[in-house]
Design a protein around this ligand. Structure first.
Ligand SMILES: [Zn+2]
Length: 152
């Protein structure tokens, strides 16, 4: 399935710029009422912060932008299946819908790994839609790691 949409395209653009900065190329966009509230790519290297995944950075920016603690009613678009940490942050932020691109069998926490939203300790689960822009998302990651390997 190659389906994508405008917001996922922007998330993919954020992923590409993250890759150009030497970060793992993952991008995220927060949308509320059809309006983009925040967009971000991974910044773990730049900030020396293991929690600076695209989703977390985008959620922080969106909360700052709206001056509120949570993002009820907002949707999050991210190019790769969120890890467990981000899945939890998305839940805590009360995100309404999560759209992600490629699945991440190695590090994902939504449809792989702990499947956070299916646990009784998860008190808010977003609606999850996967596969949006997954081919581009996987391709960006594949190229990044291929280039990285050839540097070593
Ligand atoms: Zn994450």
């Amino acid at each position: 399935m190659a389906a994508t949409n405008h917001f996922m395209e922007l998330a993919l653009a954020e992923a590409r710029s993250a890759g150009e900065r030497g970060e793992v190329p993952i991008g995220a966009v927060v949308v509320l009422d059809g309006k983009i509230i925040a967009r971000a790519g991974n910044r773990t290297r730049e900030l020396n912060d293991v929690t600076a995944h695209a989703e977390i950075v985008a959620i922080r920016l969106a909360c700052e932008e709206l001056s509120q603690e949570r993002l009820a009613g907002a949707d999050l678009y991210v190019t790769l299946e969120p890890c467990t940490m981000c899945a939890a942050a998305i839940s805590f932020a009360r995100i309404r819908r999560l759209y992600y691109g490629a699945e991440d069998p190695k590090g994902g926490g939504v449809d792989n790994g702990v499947r956070f939203y299916q646990q009784p300790t998860c008190h808010h689960a977003p609606e999850v839609y996967s596969g949006l822009g997954e081919i581009s998302s996987a391709e960006i990651l594949r190229r990044f790691f291929q280039a990285k390997r050839s540097e070593d």
